[in-house]
Design a protein around this ligand. Structure first.
Ligand code: ATP
Ligand code: MG
Length: 507
């Protein structure tokens, strides 16, 4: 009996020594060195890769964020229990992935891809890694198709093209989300798939947005990734990458996508929180050194693919919140330098009733002009110029009482334009209607009306065009330039409508 026992013991010891030499088990498990709220430093996972998933002894999952010299930094994704110092950690040998496919449309998911809308599991078998390299320069082409927001002030002065990255930046409560949601609503029937990534917002705000999209019939072509402020910082950090991996799947099928990141400042804050917990050295504004890189590698993935690659596109509308209009803070300057332009919203304008509160002087679109419809291009040149002249005169005109006729004319024209560029939320406009009203405003058709009459004029004109001149609207939307016949027809429509409007006003 004794002999057999000795043999067994010997075999076990020999096996242990063998496995020690091959090192297989040891490299796959490590132990928690230190742990904080949402992050842990782990010792001993020598072979682990960045973005690989790991499992903790208590059942929680984590994702490797950083590889340091003697340890790795892990963000804890889900807390089913409590991770403690000394706990064992296992490599799961899978990279973070998201479900992708048509089945995601109309769904609300968290950053891990789990459904939040109570509609059951997502019916797809395809998964995509959430961190991939952006398409190279050879696989891309310049943007040339417009992505209409349906907002007069944006489509005219900062036009967006499919495949462009346009930042929406402004203080809190200045209408940033509204611009993005209006753009999503305006994609109805345009064949553009929308992805809205909500980061660090209140769950109730996200629920309202979902409801708004549902009521407007926009949820059927939209996916929502929700990482509310109650989620662990790791999920808030990962949500944008989860979102774009879904968009990339559609882009690879040759489709057009629009992705909104609402907002990247909260994502940067989540990343800072994690990095400080993992004891990475803080830099400017206490952000880790690679905060620029997390945004650039995200936004690089939005592009217009070449025809050889199917010609799909991802248009990105990142949102960044500023403090007291300071666009020179760290995160806003970073994202401004990565994107192709910015829409700058201002509290002063917002509170003075100019909504959307776009500051035309500081907003730009560096590439969208190439994608603007010819008719819109023609009217928009004048819009910018006249607004700039108005702003210049406005300050100085406050002091002078007797102004010459030309100055008075410029001021009146500017006031008309500012009034016309206002737009209520959730009511995106057909591009043809935008061209018509901006043409009327910049060519003097509105100069003789009181500012208070303009809203009625506008509504009436939209009704007239939609009911009686649908072919003219289609013509403009299909890219007809605003000259010869098309311009002539518009002049006739405006003249006839103007006469009727005046007689209606008098009665
Ligand atoms: P936050 O910083 O809280 O995310 P935000 O900048 O995203 O705010 P919104 O939530 O879009 O701003 O809008 C703020 C408020 O302004 C909302 O109550 C919204 O209804 C109102 N609002 C936004 N745009 C318009 C508009 N064009 N016309 C009228 N009201 C508007
Ligand atoms: Mg918002």
């Amino acid at each position: 009996m004794d002999n057999i026992r000795l043999d067994e013991a010997k075999n076990i010891i020999l096996k242990k020594i063998e496995s020690f030499h091959s090192g297989s088990d040891l490299e796959e498990t490590g132990s928690v060195l230190s742990v904080g709220d949402g992050g842990a430093n782990v010792y001993g996972l020598d072979q682990v890769m960045v973005r690989e998933q790991v499992g903790f002894a208590d059942g929680s999952k984590g994702v490797v964020l950083s590889l340091e010299q003697n340890h790795v930094g892990v963000a804890i994704l889900s807390g089913v229990g409590h991770v403690c110092e000394g706990d064992s950690v296992k490599r799961l040998k899978s990279i973070n992935a998201m479900p992708v496919g048509e089945a995601l449309l109309g769904r609300v998911l968290d950053a891990k891809g789990d459904p939040l809308d109570g509609l059951g599991a997502v019916a797809t078998t395809e998964y995509a890694t959430i961190e991939v390299k952006a398409p190279g320069i050879v696989d891309r082409q310049s943007v040339y198709e417009p992505l209409q927001t349906g907002l007069k002030c944006v489509d005219s002065m900062t036009p967006i093209g499919r495949g462009q990255r346009e930042l929406i930046v402004g203080d809190r409560q200045t209408g940033k989300t509204t611009i993005a949601i209006d753009t999503i609503l305006n994609q109805k029937g345009q064949g553009v798939i929308c992805i809205y990534v909500a980061i660090g917002q209140k769950s109730s705000t996200i629920a309202q947005i979902v409801e708004r999209l549902k009521v407007a019939g926009a949820l059927s072509y939209t996916t929502i990734i929700s990482a509310p402020s109650t989620d662990p910082a790791a999920l808030q950090f990962l949500a944008p990458y989860s979102g774009i991996s879904i968009a990339e799947w559609f882009m690879a099928q040759g489709k057009h996508c629009l992705i909104v990141y609402d907002d990247l400042s909260k994502q940067a804050v989540a990343y800072r929180e994690l990095s400080l917990l993992l004891r990475r050295s803080p830099g400017r504004e206490a952000y880790p050194g690679d905060v620029f890189y997390i945004h650039s590698r995200l936004l690089e993935r939005a592009c217009k693919l070449s025809e050889a690659k199917g010609g799909g596109s991802i248009t990105a509308l990142p949102i960044v919140e500023t403090q007291a209009g300071d666009i020179s803070a760290y995160v806003p300057t970073n994202v401004i330098s990565i994107t192709d332009g910015q829409i700058f919203l201002e509290s002063d304008l917002f509170f003075s009733g100019v909504r959307p509160a776009v500051n035309a002087g500081q907003s730009v679109s560096r590439v969208g002009g190439a994608a603007q419809l010819p008719a819109m291009k023609k009217v928009s040149g004048t819009v910018r110029l006249e607004l700039a002249q108005y702003r210049e005169l406005e300050a100085f005109a406050q002091f002078g009482s007797d102004l010459d006729a030309t100055t008075q004319q410029t001021l009146k024209r500017g006031k008309v334009l500012v009034q016309i560029l206002k737009q209520p939320q959730y009511s995106p406009l057909h591009i043809g209607l935008q061209v018509a009203i901006l043409y009327a405003a910049t060519r003097g058709y509105l100069d003789n009306y009181e500012l208070s009459d303009l809203q009625n004029y506008e509504m009436g004109l939209y009704g007239e065009l939609s009911n009686n001149h649908a072919s003219w609207l289609d013509n403009v939307a299909s890219g007809a330039p605003l000259k010869d016949d098309v311009e002539g027809q518009l002049k006739t429509i405006l003249n006839n409508y103007g006469e009727r409007f005046v007689s209606e006003c008098q009665t």
